[in-house]
Write a protein of this length. Structure first.
Length: 454
């Protein structure tokens, strides 16, 4: 059966024309766009109106952790829509209360309270607001290799070039280099040395900034879009120690890394580190309804027992969104999805990518965990010159555009950023689907091999 025949939308035929005429898209020069009209999706696959299908190896924007159209999640949203579609945040609501209770139960240490938002960037904005209110300090440190969202403070905290068009940003944001053994900013010879030097560097930045002026250090537990950078063992514990030493709030941004993506409920669980605040969004309900939030430690929450928290959102803890979180967590537990994500990384994706790396001279490094992987492409393995320059666009980005095209032609749609192809299928992807997608990527990489110069 052509899967598109399941879509009976009267707008499907005119979707492309109306998009081009009226939809203003994110992060794009509008005139250069040629979006594919997606007619439907199920599990790990999506298809267009012509019946072309692709394995969704990007989980859209690394958010559809549970897979597309999970019937129980769809049913939970439908049921909640029939019961209560909306209610102001000032009321108590059964689904909001239960979602908060479940998240607090899963979160490490004394992270016991949840402030709900509509997505990741609002989670980051409010985490910073909480840290500033708690410490009475203003400055926030973030990593160059990071993305934290597209609103005022979040985009200023963001290290990647998406920040550039939004500058000058807000005051009080300072950048540091995090660990990245493959392209060490510290000339480290291995991961252990990288960890040690990255922590020394962070301590030096704190020293010259004045640690008692710093409200928070924010970092992605595992850096996502900017390279799937898994921190060396000891790094997060080292940051925790620096924060404790100086009374600084540690914010782990798990908007992308949380809820199964790294084979853990929260990515920090892997290193048994408890930050003061964790931001979440995407995987918490797989984006079926926009939602995000901050999990808050008891001591920070207590700051606001008598003092007013100066923030709020009309849709904070929206019943449809929180009902979908409750259902999603239940499904994750029933179907052992976190465990499956860990298995996919350890037994399927990791080993297959290692074989792919051995076969293709364009592969500089593969790295990742769970269902969060990166193939870093180079022109020359010895010099590690990237396949395309940093932030390449237009003709300079052509090798990556060709590679993405080859992947799509072979039925898999991965996420491509700079010189990296990222493998991030839903956590529910079967072993066979994962192998099928990786085999397609393996074949497509011959296109990139042609650009290898040494
Ligand atoms: C680590 C991280 N933080 C924050 C955000 C922003 O989330 P949103 O796009 O939902 O505002 C993203 C989005 O990709 C992200 O990856």
């Amino acid at each position: 059966m052509n899967p598109s025949s399941t879509n009976t939308s009267p707008y499907l035929e005119t979707a492309y024309a109306n998009d081009r005429a009226h939809v203003f898209h994110s992060w794009s020069a509008q005139g250069l766009l040629n979006p594919t009209v997606i007619a439907g999706a199920k599990g790990s696959r999506m298809w267009d109106e012509k019946g072309n299908t692709w394995l969704d190896f990007a989980s859209q924007l690394v958010n559809v952790n549970i897979g597309h159209q999970h019937p129980k999640l769809v049913a939970a949203i439908q049921e909640q829509a029939g019961r209560l579609c909306t209610i102001a945040p000032s009321f108590a609501n059964d689904m909001r209360s239960e979602a908060a209770r479940l998240i607090a139960e899963l979160a490490p240490g004394d992270l016991d309270m949840v402030f709900f938002t509509n997505g990741g960037t609002e989670a980051v904005e409010n985490a910073v607001r909480l840290a500033r209110g708690h410490t009475g300090r203003y400055k926030v440190l973030s990593a160059y290799r990071s993305y934290h969202g597209a609103t005022g403070t979040s985009i200023a905290l963001t290290g990647d070039p998406r920040r550039w068009g939004n500058e000058p940003g807000v005051p009080g944001v300072v950048k540091f280099w995090g660990p990245y053994p493959y392209r060490s900013a510290f000339h480290a010879k291995d991961a252990a040395e990288e960890c040690e030097r990255a922590l020394e560097h962070l301590a030096s930045v704190l020293m010259v900034e004045g640690p008692n002026t710093v409200a928070a250090i924010i970092l992605e537990t595992v850096v996502g879009t900017n390279g799937i950078l898994v921190p060396p063992d000891g790094y997060l514990a080292g940051v925790r120690k620096l924060c404790d030493q100086h009374g600084i709030v540690m914010i782990c941004d798990e908007v992308m890394a949380g809820f199964g993506r790294c084979g853990e409920w929260f990515a920090v669980d892997r290193w048994k580190v408890t930050p003061d605040l964790i931001t979440f969004a995407k995987g918490s309900n797989s984006g079926y309804i926009p939602v995000g939030g901050v999990v808050i430690s008891r001591k920070i929450a207590d700051t606001f027992k008598e003092k007013v928290f100066p923030g709020g959102l009309t849709y904070s803890g929206h019943p449809l969104a929180t009902a979908s979180i409750v259902a999603s967590i239940g499904i994750f537990k029933e179907e052992k999805i976190v465990e499956h994500a860990k298995h996919l990384g350890a037994d399927v994706i990791g080993p297959e990518l290692a074989k792919i790396a051995a076969r293709h001279p364009c592969v500089g490094e593969v790295r990742g965990l769970g269902v969060f992987w990166c193939i870093e492409l180079v022109k020359n393995r010895a010099t590690r010159e990237p396949l395309v320059p940093f932030n390449a666009s237009g003709p300079a980005a052509k090798p990556m555009v060709e590679l993405l095209g080859a992947c799509k032609a072979k039925g898999v749609w991965p996420f491509v950023h700079f010189n990296r192809l990222q493998v991030a299928p839903p956590c529910t992807t079967s072993d066979a689907e994962a192998r099928e997608g990786l085999a397609a990527i393996d074949q497509a990489l011959t296109v990139a091999d042609q650009h290898v110069t040494g």
